[in-house]
Design a protein around this ligand. Structure first.
Ligand code: FMN
Length: 372
């Protein structure tokens, strides 16, 4: 695909061992559109294949649960913990590869933020702390979260093993690798965050301890799939239930977090932010830029980067290597092709995710508004 006015966005790049045609990445987005058994559907196959056909260099498939216990956050979230779930995803990855795309999957443990769990799993968290905020109606929730159980040391080992097994299953399902969900308020991020982690053991206190679960998970997942798929991790300051949270140690925290994740074996880091280009901690850099400096790994920056000018600037300033697109990709899976041709993609409208953030509701909105 020629780059038109934005050649930097359309230059090939490498994410670990994975060669990508351009710098456009679909950010992981939960679409609560799987079967009640967590199996990906034909609708999901077509939804993901459309991003490949639309020119995205990489797709990060939505947060997918890792075990048949407490990792599932929503009843129609897809999983990677059973033969049927592997087979469902296999049809998705085949369709994406046939359309010339690459696809990895985000492995996610809900932690305390369960909205509905088919397996009867109870919310678990580093400590018995009631989550802030309320369950999102867009994802079928209502009212306050439940009080989680404090996870045991054996429970932590099970969570890590769950991620490694789900990563094996991801490779069996044809994915090109995995991204560990270490961000936005779910289990791993609850360990990192001081107010949700009040344990008294080696997983608490100093930042290095609160980061231990992230690092052990990266190392275990990499050990399970190295040579067969890439292993990355997503990190953020804000959370789905606390948008404005900021790391208390600022750039010092960023240095420890990003250099430790590199040390643990991550192939890339994906930064989630509301504004991926915004300066953090008066550092003169975005969080993605700090990750690039401190980890020296390929970085995906995401958050309000659908404008190709802003995205190009970020690449030119050396703040990121790849650009993650969330809502802009939901609105128009052909965003890269359109930008390369100088055409305007369909803009995102919040009603595309109403009343629930399902694929079906987006397709209906696009049809009703003749925007598809
Ligand atoms: C419907 C929806 C579902 C999302 N699900 C996930 C998810 O499963 N995992 C994740 O890390 N982020 C998730 N996000 C956050 C996006 O990946 C992205 O970081 C965010 O939308 C900001 O990028 P944007 O401004 O391009 O939309 C979701 C966002 C939306 C809109």
């Amino acid at each position: 695909m020629p780059g038109g006015k934005y050649p930097k966005l359309f230059a090939p790049g490498r994410l670990g061992g994975l060669a990508l045609a351009n710098r456009y990445v679909v950010a992981p987005m939960e679409r609560i559109s799987a079967t009640p058994g967590g199996v990906a559907t034909d609708e999901m196959r077509d939804y993901y294949a459309a991003f490949a056909a639309g020119g995205f260099g990489l797709i990060v498939a939505e947060g997918t649960f890792t075990d048949l216990k407490s990792s599932q956050a929503y009843p129609t979230q897809p999983g990677l913990a059973s033969g049927a779930q592997i087979a469902g995803w296999r049809r998705v990855t085949n369709a994406v590869h046939q359309a010339g795309g690459k696809i990895i999957v985000q492995l996610m443990h809900a932690g305390a933020l369960i909205l509905g769990n088919t397996y009867g799993g109870r919310p678990i968290a580093p400590s018995k702390v009631l989550p802030k905020g309320e369950k999102s109606p867009r994802f079928g929730g209502a009212g306050p979260y439940e009080m989680p159980e404090e996870i045991t040391l054996k429970g932590i080992d099970d969570v890590i093993r769950g991620h490694a097994e789900a990563a094996e299953n991801a490779i069996a399902a044809g994915f090109d690798g995995v991204e560990i969900h270490g961000a936005t308020g779910y289990l791993l991020d609850e360990f990192l965050t001081d107010y949700t982690n009040q344990r008294q053991d080696e997983y608490s206190g100093a930042l290095e301890n609160r980061l231990r679960l992230h690092c052990r998970t990266v190392t275990a997942v990499r050990g399970a799939i190295a040579g067969r798929g890439i292993t990355g991790i997503r990190i953020s300051e804000g959370k789905v239930n606390d948008f404005d949270h900021r790391w208390p140690g600022g750039a010092d925290d960023a240095k420890i977090i990003f250099s430790s994740l590199k040390e643990a074996g991550a192939d890339f880091i994906h930064i989630a932010a509301r504004d991926g280009a915004a300066e953090v901690f008066n550092s003169g850099h975005s969080l993605a830029g700090l990750a690039r400096d401190y980890a020296g790994l390929p970085i995906i920056a995401a958050g309000n980067l659908h404008d190709p000018k802003a995205a190009t600037e970020l690449l030119e300033r050396g703040e990121a290597d790849f650009i993650g697109i969330g809502k802009g990709a939901i609105a128009d899976p052909s965003l890269p092709i359109k930008i390369s041709r100088g055409e305007a993609p369909v803009p995102f409208h919040p009603e595309m995710l109403v009343p629930l953030a399902t694929i079906e509701n987006t397709l209906r909105w696009l049809q009703d508004n003749k925007a598809g």
